[in-house]
Design a protein around this ligand. Structure first.
Ligand code: GLC
Length: 529
């Protein structure tokens, strides 16, 4: 299909580079490692990869603190290695998105070093500096998402700088046109190299209230992030102008795309798509917060579908590097595996671009990371339980030492189940969740209704979620039994031509009306119109 757009009709796979594959035995994943594993991704059938940050960084926030936007951190490789990865991915038909972090730099970035050098430095206004109030108080009541006040004192110049996350991550001043120009230059640097697009970090924070008013208290007032309504420190309307200009840069090139991390409610998230002239995609994070619940899933699918403007396209995310893996969040003593399989059906049969987090195709759970091995700074700036290390444990490739991830000492411990839950073991088992993902990806690609069709919930008995997808003469029916008892979804009568279900090794019914699902089973049926 010539009008197939990779970011719209394809599936994106997120790689957390530190944890995917270590090519040089230092225990940390790298670009050479990713190159060596491209065949796994090609075999799986994804269309694009997104690499979490690979740029030079002191790693205070593991790469989300960038000290040079136009190079590669030595822990991951060099630019030549990146070019080779890009070429080899493209040779397999895999697009490459990189992570662009526009809201803040590292405090070790040359721009910030200059900015903090003295009050008259030409780069002073590249960041947000303020004086204490006359009474010695902070400029306003804003707080950092990662703990503490948003204002950090800089004794050398006697002023405070704004930071939305760690102290080591000062916020850039996007209201300074020089910053905007420089950041567009960063985009062009990578676009010229051939990257296919960007995942944009916390885009809803790049512009704040110019008057810097205090945020009002939330219903649960308190000193932390949740104690305030974030009215003035994020989501300023001017962001849409910045986004239209970012989009214009991308549109100078063919078929490039941006997906934004917008940490807001679904309708606000959808507003970042503009009229097809801002982001190409904005992450739908609704499922990161929902329990395994039929009604909640139906509501969220319908809500985002309705919120996304007609010129744009939805997407769906269950896991990423910031939140416990969904197989852990939705785990269950008996039905955990079944739920993980059903989740694969939902992710790949909903309307919108699916984003898969590495290891999701194995049903990977969070790893146990004991306190002395914790690496994520949130464990000490916020709370030991806030650590995101559990969802960042290494990819499980095989049952050999280091799980096939490294010959050295892995930077985070392997999850407990690596000996049995790994790519090698699951490839040898036709009934594994890995094969289910592969079968679903292949079905999606050969079924226009699944890749690009409309979405409509269809009536189903309690505890069953069912929907229809349609595109021209292609039609698919999807049913998911969320409950712990067998159910007949009662789908409309229609001859089944093709399909995949979570019950491995058994034929599909010949008519959709006959479909019967066991506890937490799910099916996608391509049917006659
Ligand atoms: C985003 C990233 C997260 C990072 C934060 C600050 O939320 O996904 O990992 O810590 O931004 O850059």
């Amino acid at each position: 299909m010539s009008d197939r757009l990779w970011w719209k009709h394809g599936v994106v796979y997120q790689i957390y580079p530190r944890s995917f594959m270590d090519g040089n035995g230092d225990g940390v994943g790298d670009l050479a490692g990713i190159r060596a594993r491209l065949d796994h991704l090609a075999w799986l059938g994804i269309d694009a990869i997104w690499l979490s940050p690979i740029f030079p960084s002191p790693m205070a926030d593991f790469g989300y603190d960038v000290s040079d936007y136009c190079d590669i951190d030595p822990v991951f490789g060099q630019l030549a290695e990146f070019d080779a990865l890009l070429a080899e991915a493209h040779a397999r038909g895999i697009r490459v998105m990189i992570d662009w972090v526009p809201n803040h730099t590292s405090d070790q970035h040359a721009w910030f070093r200059e900015s903090r050098a003295d009050r008259t430095n030409p780069k002073r206004n590249w960041y947000v500096w303020r004086d204490h109030k006359a009474d010695g108080e902070l400029p306003n009541n804003w707080v950092a998402m990662f703990g503490g006040p948003a204002w950090h004192p800089d004794p050398a110049t006697g002023q405070l700088y704004l930071r939305s996350f760690l102290v080591e991550q000062p916020d850039l001043n996007w209201r300074n046109p020089e910053v905007e120009r420089a950041m567009h230059g960063v985009l062009r640097f990578w676009l010229d190299r051939g990257v296919d697009g960007f995942r944009i970090d916390v885009i809803h924070r790049i512009a704040k209230d110019p008057a810097m008013r205090d945020n009002p208290p939330s219903e649960r007032p308190g000193p932390g992030w949740g104690g305030q309504l974030h009215v003035y420190d994020e989501n300023h309307l001017d962001i849409h102008d910045f986004l239209r200009r970012i989009r214009a840069v991308l549109d100078e090139y063919d078929e490039r795309a941006a997906v934004g991390e917008v940490g807001l409610a679904p309708a606000q998230v959808a507003s970042y798509l503009g009229r097809g002239d801002e982001l190409h995609l904005a992450f739908n994070f609704a499922f990161l917060l929902e329990p395994w619940d039929c009604e909640a899933f139906g509501r969220e699918l319908a809500l985002f579908d309705a919120s996304v403007p007609p010129e744009s396209w939805p997407d769906i995310v269950f896991s990423n590097h910031d939140i416990p893996r969904h197989a852990t969040r939705w785990d269950h003593p008996q039905l955990g595996e079944a739920r993980a399989r059903a989740a694969a059906v939902i992710l790949l049969a909903a309307r919108g671009t699916p984003f898969l987090y590495f290891g999701e195709e194995l049903g990977m759970r969070n790893g146990e990371v004991p306190p002395e091995r914790r690496r994520d700074p949130l464990a000490w700036t916020l709370h030991p339980n806030a650590s995101r290390d559990g969802e960042r444990t290494p990819m499980q490739w095989s049952a050999s030492a280091g799980a096939g991830f490294t010959h050295g000492d892995p930077w985070l411990p392997l999850a407990a189940d690596w000996l049995t839950r790994n790519v090698e073991a699951q490839r040898a088992d036709r009934t594994s969740i890995l094969w289910l993902y592969r079968d679903l990806l292949a079905l999606r690609r050969r079924t226009p209704a699944l890749e690009r069709g409309s979405f409509r919930l269809v009536p189903a008995p309690g505890g069953v979620l069912a929907w229809e997808r349609r595109h021209d003469r292609s039609r698919a029916l999807v049913a998911v039994n969320f409950g712990d008892a067998a159910q007949s979804p009662g789908l409309p009568a229609a001859a089944v031509r093709d399909g995949v279900w979570t019950r491995a090794g058994e034929p599909l019914p010949s008519d959709a009306a006959q479909l019967a699902l066991g506890p937490c089973e799910a099916a996608v049926l391509a049917v006659d119109v």
